[in-house]
Design a protein around this ligand. Structure first.
Ligand SMILES: NC(=O)c1ccc[n+]([C@@H]2O[C@H](COP(=O)([O-])OP(=O)(O)OC[C@H]3O[C@@H](n4cnc5c(N)ncnc54)[C@H](O)[C@@H]3O)[C@@H](O)[C@H]2O)c1
Length: 299
């Protein structure tokens, strides 16, 4: 097994001042990458800013013999983060969309501000950074992008309507970009991590936070960004020493009589509609629609 190296590669990690982002940035740097350590340095709920947060990680990387440059912008100004990479290192090869905040509240207590700030940071932020780096990745016929979703998006979670919706929006973005990037060797994958951090210390015991090291998530991120990796359009749950791929599953379904059917026919076919025996796993929208449209081709 050869070492995965990123010599001469430039990696942008957003939200790299703490938690998962810091762990990713440190490992990329250890493997030879020039790393842009982006962090706004605000609080866990999106308040304030502090340049020292990114600076500390840059200093750590340099002290270990690596190369890094700090960027203090919000991901919502993602083009400025990519500009820092260009100014400092002249290219961008990898983008890790990791920056994030929380505004957990049950839906009936959620304000427009709680909704908007979560979409700004998680959706617009990931869009802005990726959109600025995308043309360069296409032109150089090489790029790796990792989005950071959440189990809260995949499965839903009480008190996280805004966060769940924004996190699954990132998966939608990643899935489409994986298709658009395929012919240009730009691989796009999504992780749903679990790790002890200031975002999880509000809902986990200190013991759990200490045990769930971000360093258990980073190896998958490194593997997905390996220049020799062909993996794209993947969704992975990762953390606590566990790593697994997740995919959509569809039942064989029922075909209704197109000369006319109503809710009672749906009711009569309910067992078929919901029976996951021999379920299928469409790889793309074409494959999904092929089965869906089968009824149109019947005599
Ligand atoms: N920790 C978990 O268990 C877990 C689970 C699912 C998803 N996630 C996701 O993983 C990512 C990292 O989370 P973490 O647990 O390491 O949290 P963290 O709070 O330790 O780190 C997030 C970092 O992002 C930075 N940040 C926030 N808003 C920013 C902005 N607008 N621009 C630039 N930087 C900004 C913060 O300053 C912070 O340093 C987040 O997207 C989070 O939603 C984490």
């Amino acid at each position: 097994m050869s070492d995965i190296r990123f010599d001469e590669r430039v990696v942008v990690v957003t939200g790299a001042g703490n938690g998962l982002g810091r762990s990713h940035a440190m490992d990329f740097a250890r493997r030879g990458a020039k790393v842009v350590v982006n962090d706004l340095g605000g609080g866990a709920f999106g308040e304030g800013s502090d340049q020292r947060v990114a600076d500390v990680v840059v200093d750590e990387i340099k002290a270990a013999g690596g190369e890094a440059a700090a960027n203090y912008d919000s991901v919502t100004d993602g083009d400025k983060i990519v500009q820092t990479a260009m100014d400092a290192f002249g290219r961008v090869d990898v983008v890790i969309n990791n920056a994030g905040i929380l505004r957990d509240k049950s839906f009936h207590k959620m304000t427009d501000d709680d909704w908007d700030i979560i979409f700004d940071v998680h959706v617009r932020g990931a869009y802005k950074v990726t959109h600025a780096a995308w043309p360069m990745m296409r032109d150089q016929n090489y790029g790796r992008v990792v989005f950071t979703t959440s189990a809260a998006g995949i499965y839903g979670n009480f008190g996280q309507t805004n966060y769940s919706a924004a996190k699954l929006a990132q998966l939608g973005m990643a899935q489409t970009l994986a298709h658009e990037g395929r012919s240009k060797n730009v691989n796009v994958n999504t992780i749903a991590p679990i790790a002890g951090s200031r975002l999880t210390e509000t809902v986990m015991s200190k013991e759990m936070v200490d045990m769930l090291k971000p360093e258990y998530v980073t190896p998958l991120v490194i593997k997905l960004c390996d220049e020799n990796s062909a993996v794209t359009n993947g969704l992975f749950e990762v953390g606590a020493g566990f790593c697994a791929e997740v995919r959509w599953e569809r039942t064989q379904g029922a075909y209704l009589d197109m000369s006319g059917f109503d809710a009672e026919d749906i009711e009569d076919n309910w067992d078929k509609i919901t029976d996951f025996t021999d379920a299928n796993h469409p790889a793309d929208i074409g494959e999904a629609n092929k089965l869906l449209f089968a009824n149109l081709r019947r005599d």
